[in-house]
Design a protein. Structure first.
Length: 459
Protein backbone atom coordinates (compact mmCIF):
# COMPACT_ATOMS: atom_id res chain seq x y z
CA UNK A 1 0.00 0.00 0.00
CA UNK A 2 1.32 3.47 -0.86
CA UNK A 3 3.12 5.23 1.96
CA UNK A 4 0.72 8.18 1.59
CA UNK A 5 -2.30 5.90 2.08
CA UNK A 6 -2.38 3.86 5.28
CA UNK A 7 -4.81 1.15 6.25
CA UNK A 8 -5.84 3.23 9.26
CA UNK A 9 -6.75 6.13 6.95
CA UNK A 10 -9.01 3.88 4.91
CA UNK A 11 -10.62 2.42 8.01
CA UNK A 12 -11.28 5.92 9.34
CA UNK A 13 -13.04 6.90 6.11
CA UNK A 14 -15.12 3.72 6.26
CA UNK A 15 -16.17 4.43 9.84
CA UNK A 16 -17.10 8.01 8.91
CA UNK A 17 -18.93 6.72 5.81
CA UNK A 18 -17.06 9.36 3.80
CA UNK A 19 -17.52 7.53 0.51
CA UNK A 20 -16.45 10.41 -1.70
CA UNK A 21 -13.00 10.73 -0.15
CA UNK A 22 -12.81 6.95 0.14
CA UNK A 23 -13.24 6.66 -3.63
CA UNK A 24 -10.44 9.17 -4.21
CA UNK A 25 -8.20 7.31 -1.76
CA UNK A 26 -8.89 3.90 -3.29
CA UNK A 27 -8.18 5.21 -6.80
CA UNK A 28 -4.57 5.81 -5.72
CA UNK A 29 -4.05 2.15 -4.82
CA UNK A 30 -2.91 -0.82 -6.89
CA UNK A 31 -5.23 -3.86 -7.22
CA UNK A 32 -2.95 -5.88 -4.92
CA UNK A 33 -3.18 -3.14 -2.28
CA UNK A 34 -6.96 -3.13 -2.56
CA UNK A 35 -7.00 -6.91 -2.11
CA UNK A 36 -4.88 -6.55 1.03
CA UNK A 37 -7.27 -3.91 2.29
CA UNK A 38 -10.31 -6.12 1.73
CA UNK A 39 -8.76 -8.90 3.79
CA UNK A 40 -8.92 -6.56 6.80
CA UNK A 41 -12.48 -5.31 6.16
CA UNK A 42 -15.45 -7.00 7.87
CA UNK A 43 -17.61 -8.96 5.43
CA UNK A 44 -20.61 -6.75 6.00
CA UNK A 45 -18.68 -3.71 4.71
CA UNK A 46 -17.00 -5.34 1.68
CA UNK A 47 -19.78 -4.77 -0.83
CA UNK A 48 -20.12 -1.12 0.18
CA UNK A 49 -16.43 -0.52 -0.33
CA UNK A 50 -16.35 -2.51 -3.58
CA UNK A 51 -19.12 -0.33 -5.01
CA UNK A 52 -16.97 2.72 -4.29
CA UNK A 53 -14.05 1.42 -6.36
CA UNK A 54 -13.39 3.13 -9.68
CA UNK A 55 -14.81 1.06 -12.55
CA UNK A 56 -11.40 0.33 -14.06
CA UNK A 57 -10.21 -1.28 -10.81
CA UNK A 58 -13.14 -3.53 -9.98
CA UNK A 59 -12.44 -6.61 -12.13
CA UNK A 60 -8.66 -6.47 -11.76
CA UNK A 61 -8.91 -6.11 -7.99
CA UNK A 62 -11.49 -8.89 -7.79
CA UNK A 63 -8.94 -11.25 -9.37
CA UNK A 64 -6.62 -10.71 -6.39
CA UNK A 65 -9.24 -11.22 -3.68
CA UNK A 66 -9.02 -14.42 -1.67
CA UNK A 67 -11.63 -17.06 -2.37
CA UNK A 68 -13.80 -16.31 0.66
CA UNK A 69 -13.97 -12.62 -0.23
CA UNK A 70 -14.93 -13.48 -3.81
CA UNK A 71 -17.65 -15.86 -2.62
CA UNK A 72 -19.01 -13.27 -0.21
CA UNK A 73 -19.17 -10.59 -2.89
CA UNK A 74 -20.75 -12.88 -5.49
CA UNK A 75 -23.59 -13.58 -3.08
CA UNK A 76 -24.16 -9.84 -2.61
CA UNK A 77 -23.73 -8.61 -6.21
CA UNK A 78 -26.80 -7.60 -8.15
CA UNK A 79 -27.26 -9.26 -11.55
CA UNK A 80 -25.70 -6.56 -13.73
CA UNK A 81 -22.71 -6.21 -11.43
CA UNK A 82 -22.13 -9.95 -11.40
CA UNK A 83 -22.32 -10.16 -15.20
CA UNK A 84 -19.83 -7.31 -15.58
CA UNK A 85 -17.28 -8.74 -13.14
CA UNK A 86 -17.43 -12.31 -14.45
CA UNK A 87 -17.01 -11.25 -18.06
CA UNK A 88 -14.06 -8.99 -17.26
CA UNK A 89 -12.18 -11.43 -15.03
CA UNK A 90 -9.08 -13.04 -16.49
CA UNK A 91 -9.93 -16.57 -17.69
CA UNK A 92 -7.40 -18.35 -15.45
CA UNK A 93 -8.56 -16.55 -12.29
CA UNK A 94 -12.19 -17.17 -13.19
CA UNK A 95 -11.45 -20.88 -13.62
CA UNK A 96 -9.78 -20.94 -10.19
CA UNK A 97 -12.95 -19.44 -8.70
CA UNK A 98 -15.26 -21.88 -10.49
CA UNK A 99 -13.17 -24.82 -9.25
CA UNK A 100 -14.02 -23.94 -5.66
CA UNK A 101 -17.76 -23.47 -6.17
CA UNK A 102 -20.45 -26.19 -6.14
CA UNK A 103 -21.62 -27.39 -9.57
CA UNK A 104 -25.08 -25.74 -9.44
CA UNK A 105 -23.47 -22.39 -8.64
CA UNK A 106 -20.97 -22.77 -11.49
CA UNK A 107 -23.81 -23.57 -13.89
CA UNK A 108 -25.67 -20.44 -12.79
CA UNK A 109 -22.61 -18.26 -13.29
CA UNK A 110 -21.74 -19.77 -16.69
CA UNK A 111 -25.11 -18.67 -18.00
CA UNK A 112 -24.22 -15.07 -17.15
CA UNK A 113 -21.13 -15.10 -19.36
CA UNK A 114 -21.13 -13.83 -22.92
CA UNK A 115 -21.04 -16.58 -25.59
CA UNK A 116 -17.34 -15.95 -26.22
CA UNK A 117 -16.38 -15.96 -22.52
CA UNK A 118 -18.61 -18.98 -21.83
CA UNK A 119 -16.79 -20.92 -24.57
CA UNK A 120 -13.44 -20.04 -22.99
CA UNK A 121 -14.63 -20.97 -19.49
CA UNK A 122 -16.07 -24.32 -20.59
CA UNK A 123 -12.91 -25.11 -22.52
CA UNK A 124 -10.71 -24.53 -19.46
CA UNK A 125 -13.07 -26.39 -17.12
CA UNK A 126 -13.03 -29.27 -19.59
CA UNK A 127 -9.47 -30.13 -18.65
CA UNK A 128 -8.89 -32.57 -15.75
CA UNK A 129 -8.86 -31.16 -12.24
CA UNK A 130 -5.35 -30.15 -11.06
CA UNK A 131 -4.11 -30.23 -14.66
CA UNK A 132 -2.10 -27.48 -16.33
CA UNK A 133 -5.11 -26.80 -18.57
CA UNK A 134 -6.97 -25.43 -15.54
CA UNK A 135 -4.14 -22.93 -14.94
CA UNK A 136 -3.71 -21.53 -18.41
CA UNK A 137 -5.19 -18.50 -20.10
CA UNK A 138 -5.98 -18.17 -23.82
CA UNK A 139 -4.92 -14.51 -23.74
CA UNK A 140 -1.61 -14.41 -25.62
CA UNK A 141 -0.19 -13.04 -28.86
CA UNK A 142 0.59 -15.50 -31.66
CA UNK A 143 2.11 -14.56 -35.01
CA UNK A 144 2.90 -16.33 -38.30
CA UNK A 145 6.46 -17.03 -39.50
CA UNK A 146 6.06 -15.18 -42.81
CA UNK A 147 4.97 -11.90 -41.18
CA UNK A 148 7.35 -8.95 -41.26
CA UNK A 149 8.61 -7.41 -38.03
CA UNK A 150 6.74 -4.21 -38.81
CA UNK A 151 3.51 -6.13 -39.29
CA UNK A 152 4.08 -7.95 -36.00
CA UNK A 153 4.64 -4.72 -34.09
CA UNK A 154 1.49 -3.22 -35.54
CA UNK A 155 -0.40 -6.41 -34.67
CA UNK A 156 0.86 -6.31 -31.07
CA UNK A 157 -0.29 -2.71 -30.72
CA UNK A 158 -3.72 -3.72 -32.02
CA UNK A 159 -4.37 -6.86 -29.95
CA UNK A 160 -1.72 -6.83 -27.21
CA UNK A 161 -3.87 -5.12 -24.60
CA UNK A 162 -5.85 -8.36 -24.25
CA UNK A 163 -2.76 -10.47 -23.62
CA UNK A 164 -1.84 -11.76 -20.16
CA UNK A 165 1.81 -10.91 -20.84
CA UNK A 166 3.82 -9.54 -23.75
CA UNK A 167 7.24 -10.77 -22.67
CA UNK A 168 7.14 -13.55 -25.24
CA UNK A 169 5.45 -13.77 -28.64
CA UNK A 170 4.48 -17.21 -29.93
CA UNK A 171 4.94 -18.37 -33.52
CA UNK A 172 2.38 -20.78 -34.96
CA UNK A 173 1.88 -22.27 -38.40
CA UNK A 174 -1.34 -22.09 -40.41
CA UNK A 175 -2.71 -25.08 -38.49
CA UNK A 176 -2.17 -23.45 -35.10
CA UNK A 177 0.77 -25.68 -34.14
CA UNK A 178 3.43 -24.01 -32.01
CA UNK A 179 6.77 -23.82 -33.83
CA UNK A 180 8.70 -21.26 -31.76
CA UNK A 181 8.57 -18.56 -29.10
CA UNK A 182 10.47 -15.29 -29.35
CA UNK A 183 11.10 -12.64 -26.71
CA UNK A 184 9.42 -9.35 -27.56
CA UNK A 185 12.72 -7.48 -27.30
CA UNK A 186 13.96 -9.43 -30.32
CA UNK A 187 11.18 -7.85 -32.35
CA UNK A 188 11.94 -4.40 -30.98
CA UNK A 189 15.62 -4.67 -31.91
CA UNK A 190 15.11 -6.24 -35.34
CA UNK A 191 14.82 -4.38 -38.63
CA UNK A 192 11.19 -3.70 -39.58
CA UNK A 193 11.80 -5.27 -43.00
CA UNK A 194 12.93 -8.61 -41.58
CA UNK A 195 10.50 -11.48 -41.19
CA UNK A 196 9.64 -13.57 -38.15
CA UNK A 197 11.50 -16.49 -39.74
CA UNK A 198 14.76 -14.52 -39.47
CA UNK A 199 14.40 -14.47 -35.66
CA UNK A 200 13.41 -18.09 -35.21
CA UNK A 201 15.72 -20.76 -33.79
CA UNK A 202 12.99 -23.41 -33.29
CA UNK A 203 14.08 -23.92 -29.67
CA UNK A 204 11.31 -23.58 -27.14
CA UNK A 205 9.91 -25.15 -23.97
CA UNK A 206 6.27 -26.21 -23.68
CA UNK A 207 3.83 -27.61 -21.17
CA UNK A 208 1.14 -30.17 -21.89
CA UNK A 209 -2.38 -29.14 -20.93
CA UNK A 210 -3.14 -32.59 -19.51
CA UNK A 211 -0.07 -32.84 -17.26
CA UNK A 212 -0.34 -32.33 -13.51
CA UNK A 213 0.18 -28.80 -12.23
CA UNK A 214 3.27 -29.98 -10.34
CA UNK A 215 4.94 -30.38 -13.74
CA UNK A 216 4.42 -26.67 -14.37
CA UNK A 217 5.87 -25.78 -10.97
CA UNK A 218 8.99 -27.83 -11.70
CA UNK A 219 9.34 -26.31 -15.17
CA UNK A 220 9.17 -22.73 -13.92
CA UNK A 221 11.70 -23.48 -11.19
CA UNK A 222 14.07 -24.90 -13.76
CA UNK A 223 13.62 -22.41 -16.60
CA UNK A 224 13.14 -19.13 -14.69
CA UNK A 225 10.45 -17.92 -17.11
CA UNK A 226 7.61 -15.45 -16.76
CA UNK A 227 5.29 -17.53 -18.95
CA UNK A 228 5.32 -20.85 -20.79
CA UNK A 229 3.16 -21.98 -23.73
CA UNK A 230 0.71 -24.85 -23.32
CA UNK A 231 -0.10 -27.34 -26.07
CA UNK A 232 -2.68 -30.09 -26.34
CA UNK A 233 -1.99 -33.72 -27.16
CA UNK A 234 -1.72 -32.87 -30.87
CA UNK A 235 0.75 -30.02 -30.40
CA UNK A 236 -1.72 -27.18 -30.95
CA UNK A 237 -1.07 -24.02 -28.95
CA UNK A 238 -4.05 -23.69 -26.60
CA UNK A 239 -2.84 -21.18 -24.01
CA UNK A 240 -0.08 -19.97 -21.74
CA UNK A 241 0.64 -20.33 -18.04
CA UNK A 242 2.09 -17.37 -16.17
CA UNK A 243 4.37 -17.47 -13.17
CA UNK A 244 1.85 -15.84 -10.79
CA UNK A 245 -0.54 -18.77 -11.16
CA UNK A 246 2.29 -21.27 -10.74
CA UNK A 247 3.41 -19.53 -7.55
CA UNK A 248 -0.10 -19.98 -6.16
CA UNK A 249 0.05 -23.70 -6.95
CA UNK A 250 3.50 -24.02 -5.36
CA UNK A 251 2.24 -22.28 -2.21
CA UNK A 252 -0.78 -24.59 -2.00
CA UNK A 253 1.38 -27.69 -2.49
CA UNK A 254 3.94 -26.58 0.09
CA UNK A 255 1.20 -25.75 2.59
CA UNK A 256 -0.44 -29.13 2.04
CA UNK A 257 2.88 -30.96 2.49
CA UNK A 258 3.69 -29.07 5.67
CA UNK A 259 0.27 -29.88 7.10
CA UNK A 260 0.69 -33.55 6.24
CA UNK A 261 4.12 -33.55 7.85
CA UNK A 262 2.36 -32.55 11.05
CA UNK A 263 -0.10 -35.45 10.68
CA UNK A 264 -3.00 -33.23 9.62
CA UNK A 265 -5.14 -33.66 6.53
CA UNK A 266 -4.78 -30.75 4.09
CA UNK A 267 -7.10 -27.94 5.24
CA UNK A 268 -7.72 -26.45 1.76
CA UNK A 269 -8.73 -23.16 3.43
CA UNK A 270 -7.03 -20.58 5.66
CA UNK A 271 -6.74 -21.77 9.26
CA UNK A 272 -9.17 -19.22 10.71
CA UNK A 273 -11.76 -19.98 8.01
CA UNK A 274 -11.90 -23.73 8.70
CA UNK A 275 -14.95 -24.68 10.84
CA UNK A 276 -14.02 -26.17 14.20
CA UNK A 277 -15.78 -29.46 13.45
CA UNK A 278 -13.95 -29.75 10.12
CA UNK A 279 -10.68 -29.10 11.93
CA UNK A 280 -11.62 -31.81 14.43
CA UNK A 281 -12.19 -34.35 11.64
CA UNK A 282 -8.97 -33.51 9.80
CA UNK A 283 -6.85 -33.66 12.95
CA UNK A 284 -8.76 -36.35 14.82
CA UNK A 285 -8.49 -39.05 12.17
CA UNK A 286 -4.69 -38.91 12.22
CA UNK A 287 -4.56 -38.71 16.01
CA UNK A 288 -6.65 -41.87 16.26
CA UNK A 289 -4.35 -43.67 13.81
CA UNK A 290 -1.26 -42.55 15.71
CA UNK A 291 -2.84 -43.44 19.05
CA UNK A 292 -3.67 -46.94 17.88
CA UNK A 293 -0.16 -47.28 16.52
CA UNK A 294 1.34 -46.14 19.80
CA UNK A 295 -0.67 -48.83 21.58
CA UNK A 296 1.75 -51.26 19.94
CA UNK A 297 4.42 -49.65 22.13
CA UNK A 298 2.58 -50.87 25.23
CA UNK A 299 2.26 -54.30 23.61
CA UNK A 300 6.01 -54.39 22.95
CA UNK A 301 6.80 -53.42 26.55
CA UNK A 302 4.43 -56.09 27.77
CA UNK A 303 6.34 -58.66 25.74
CA UNK A 304 9.50 -57.72 27.68
CA UNK A 305 7.72 -57.49 31.02
CA UNK A 306 9.93 -60.20 32.51
CA UNK A 307 13.14 -58.42 31.58
CA UNK A 308 11.85 -55.14 33.00
CA UNK A 309 10.91 -56.87 36.25
CA UNK A 310 14.44 -58.27 36.59
CA UNK A 311 16.17 -55.05 35.64
CA UNK A 312 13.86 -52.16 36.46
CA UNK A 313 16.63 -49.75 35.54
CA UNK A 314 15.94 -50.52 31.87
CA UNK A 315 12.62 -48.70 32.12
CA UNK A 316 14.44 -45.46 32.97
CA UNK A 317 15.89 -45.23 29.48
CA UNK A 318 12.81 -46.15 27.42
CA UNK A 319 11.81 -42.49 26.76
CA UNK A 320 15.42 -41.63 25.91
CA UNK A 321 15.81 -44.49 23.44
CA UNK A 322 12.53 -44.21 21.57
CA UNK A 323 12.59 -40.40 21.38
CA UNK A 324 16.11 -40.46 19.89
CA UNK A 325 14.99 -42.91 17.21
CA UNK A 326 11.80 -40.96 16.51
CA UNK A 327 13.67 -37.66 16.25
CA UNK A 328 16.25 -39.06 13.84
CA UNK A 329 13.48 -40.60 11.72
CA UNK A 330 11.55 -37.34 11.64
CA UNK A 331 14.66 -35.46 10.54
CA UNK A 332 15.35 -37.89 7.72
CA UNK A 333 11.72 -37.95 6.55
CA UNK A 334 11.49 -34.17 6.46
CA UNK A 335 14.74 -33.80 4.50
CA UNK A 336 13.86 -36.48 1.94
CA UNK A 337 10.28 -35.30 1.41
CA UNK A 338 11.48 -31.76 0.76
CA UNK A 339 14.27 -32.98 -1.52
CA UNK A 340 11.73 -34.99 -3.51
CA UNK A 341 9.41 -31.99 -3.77
CA UNK A 342 12.27 -29.92 -5.22
CA UNK A 343 13.30 -32.66 -7.63
CA UNK A 344 16.65 -33.14 -5.91
CA UNK A 345 15.92 -36.81 -5.13
CA UNK A 346 14.08 -39.35 -7.30
CA UNK A 347 13.27 -43.03 -6.95
CA UNK A 348 16.40 -44.02 -8.85
CA UNK A 349 18.48 -42.34 -6.11
CA UNK A 350 17.25 -44.73 -3.40
CA UNK A 351 20.61 -46.45 -2.98
CA UNK A 352 22.48 -43.14 -2.76
CA UNK A 353 20.00 -42.00 -0.11
CA UNK A 354 20.30 -45.25 1.84
CA UNK A 355 24.09 -45.16 1.73
CA UNK A 356 24.16 -41.59 3.00
CA UNK A 357 21.65 -42.33 5.74
CA UNK A 358 23.56 -45.40 6.92
CA UNK A 359 26.64 -43.24 7.38
CA UNK A 360 24.62 -40.43 8.92
CA UNK A 361 22.79 -42.84 11.22
CA UNK A 362 26.02 -44.37 12.47
CA UNK A 363 27.60 -40.97 13.07
CA UNK A 364 24.53 -39.55 14.78
CA UNK A 365 23.91 -42.71 16.78
CA UNK A 366 27.58 -42.93 17.74
CA UNK A 367 27.54 -39.35 19.00
CA UNK A 368 24.47 -39.96 21.15
CA UNK A 369 25.93 -43.29 22.29
CA UNK A 370 29.06 -41.58 23.63
CA UNK A 371 26.94 -39.01 25.47
CA UNK A 372 24.66 -41.71 26.87
CA UNK A 373 27.56 -43.91 27.95
CA UNK A 374 29.27 -41.02 29.74
CA UNK A 375 25.98 -40.00 31.36
CA UNK A 376 25.48 -43.44 32.93
CA UNK A 377 29.10 -44.06 33.94
CA UNK A 378 29.64 -40.63 35.46
CA UNK A 379 26.34 -40.74 37.40
CA UNK A 380 27.20 -44.21 38.66
CA UNK A 381 30.16 -42.70 40.52
CA UNK A 382 27.78 -40.74 42.72
CA UNK A 383 24.70 -42.97 42.95
CA UNK A 384 23.65 -46.63 42.96
CA UNK A 385 20.49 -46.02 40.92
CA UNK A 386 21.87 -48.07 38.00
CA UNK A 387 22.44 -51.17 40.13
CA UNK A 388 25.53 -53.33 40.57
CA UNK A 389 26.43 -53.37 36.86
CA UNK A 390 26.37 -49.74 35.68
CA UNK A 391 28.85 -50.36 32.87
CA UNK A 392 26.59 -53.02 31.37
CA UNK A 393 23.72 -50.55 31.56
CA UNK A 394 25.90 -47.92 29.89
CA UNK A 395 26.86 -50.32 27.09
CA UNK A 396 23.23 -51.32 26.60
CA UNK A 397 22.16 -47.69 26.28
CA UNK A 398 25.07 -46.89 23.94
CA UNK A 399 24.53 -49.81 21.57
CA UNK A 400 20.78 -49.28 21.63
CA UNK A 401 21.16 -45.63 20.65
CA UNK A 402 23.34 -46.58 17.70
CA UNK A 403 20.83 -49.20 16.55
CA UNK A 404 17.70 -47.15 17.10
CA UNK A 405 19.05 -43.95 15.52
CA UNK A 406 20.36 -45.89 12.52
CA UNK A 407 17.00 -47.59 12.10
CA UNK A 408 15.19 -44.26 12.48
CA UNK A 409 17.22 -42.56 9.75
CA UNK A 410 16.70 -45.50 7.40
CA UNK A 411 12.96 -45.71 8.07
CA UNK A 412 12.52 -41.94 7.75
CA UNK A 413 14.44 -41.74 4.47
CA UNK A 414 13.14 -44.90 2.78
CA UNK A 415 9.45 -44.63 3.65
CA UNK A 416 8.81 -41.52 1.48
CA UNK A 417 10.54 -43.22 -1.47
CA UNK A 418 8.52 -46.39 -0.89
CA UNK A 419 5.25 -44.44 -0.87
CA UNK A 420 6.22 -42.62 -4.08
CA UNK A 421 6.95 -46.02 -5.65
CA UNK A 422 3.39 -47.06 -4.75
CA UNK A 423 2.04 -43.88 -6.34
CA UNK A 424 1.15 -42.28 -3.00
CA UNK A 425 2.00 -38.84 -1.63
CA UNK A 426 5.40 -39.00 0.17
CA UNK A 427 4.22 -36.33 2.60
CA UNK A 428 1.83 -38.95 4.00
CA UNK A 429 4.85 -40.47 5.74
CA UNK A 430 4.63 -37.55 8.14
CA UNK A 431 7.15 -37.03 10.89
CA UNK A 432 4.70 -38.18 13.63
CA UNK A 433 3.94 -41.35 11.67
CA UNK A 434 7.64 -42.15 11.26
CA UNK A 435 8.24 -41.39 14.94
CA UNK A 436 5.44 -43.76 15.96
CA UNK A 437 6.83 -46.52 13.73
CA UNK A 438 10.33 -46.09 15.17
CA UNK A 439 8.98 -45.98 18.75
CA UNK A 440 7.60 -49.50 18.48
CA UNK A 441 10.55 -51.04 16.67
CA UNK A 442 12.99 -49.09 18.86
CA UNK A 443 11.71 -50.88 21.94
CA UNK A 444 12.36 -54.22 20.31
CA UNK A 445 15.91 -53.15 19.40
CA UNK A 446 16.53 -51.81 22.93
CA UNK A 447 15.39 -54.88 24.85
CA UNK A 448 17.00 -57.27 22.38
CA UNK A 449 20.36 -55.57 22.93
CA UNK A 450 19.75 -55.51 26.69
CA UNK A 451 19.14 -59.27 26.71
CA UNK A 452 22.36 -59.86 24.76
CA UNK A 453 24.57 -57.54 26.89
CA UNK A 454 23.13 -58.40 30.32
CA UNK A 455 22.58 -62.12 29.82
CA UNK A 456 23.82 -63.98 32.89
CA UNK A 457 24.13 -60.90 35.06
CA UNK A 458 21.08 -58.67 35.50
CA UNK A 459 18.90 -60.78 33.15
Amino acid sequence: MKASVSLDDVRTLIEKEDLENLKVTLSELQPTDIAELFSAIPEEDQLTIFNVLPQELTAESFDYFDLNTQKNLIEEFHQEQLVDILNRMSPDDRTALFEELPSPEVTRLLILLSPAERKVALNLLGFPESSIGRLMTPDYVAVKPHWTIQFVLDYIRRVGHNSETLNVIYVVDDGGFLIDDIKVREFLLASPSESVTDLMDNKFEVLNAFDDQEVAVAAFRKLNRVALPVIDSKGLLVGIVTVDDVLDVAEEEDTEDIQKLGAVEALQEPYLDVPVFTMFKKRGSWLVVLFLSEMLTATAMGFFEGEIAKAVVLALFVPLIISSGGNSGSQAATLIIRAMALGEVTLKDWWKVMRREIISGLLLGGTLAIIGFLRVTIWSLFTNMYGPHPYLVALTVAFSLIGVVLWGTLAGSMLPLFLRRLGLDPATSSAPFVATLVDVTGLVIYFTIAMAVMQGTML
